[in-house]
Design a protein. Sequence first.
Length: 162
Amino acid sequence: MTYFEDLTPLVGSPLESSACLAVGWLEPEYAYPQGPLQPFVVERLIELLVDPWQPFVYMGTHDCGFCRLTGGPCQFTYGNTSIQMKVNNLLVPFEQHVFVAPSLIRHYMDAHQYCPPQEFQEAVLACPPMRSVAYLKAIRRIVPRDVLCGTKSGGRLDQQRM
Ligand SMILES: [Zn+2]
């Protein structure tokens, strides 16, 4: 169970930073925005989700809390494109922030009428090609190095134990 309100920091996760904002971390206990989607936003989002780059830190697998019997699909197929679900996270740079979304976001949009924030949709449309130099540079410009390396949260956990 992982819930973050849209456009808030991912508190307690390896990517906790004021530079990183959550999008699409839904759980049934919390209301979320629903509404129509522009097809070109959906198509661009799917392109980004085919093989998303992410730092070595993972936030674990994530089941869909709304699909209470199956936990949601493990794979999502749209046209000729298949996307691995549940394991990958998508990082999308936009101005001074990076949006962090679970790959299940596509399932939430398809099956549960989720409509992500306008800022995120703009970021998806403006995002450089996945894994391109421009993409990686944008992420590194925004996200502090210790967060990207996963050393920030590790250090804090160690301090708490002392
Ligand atoms: Zn579901």
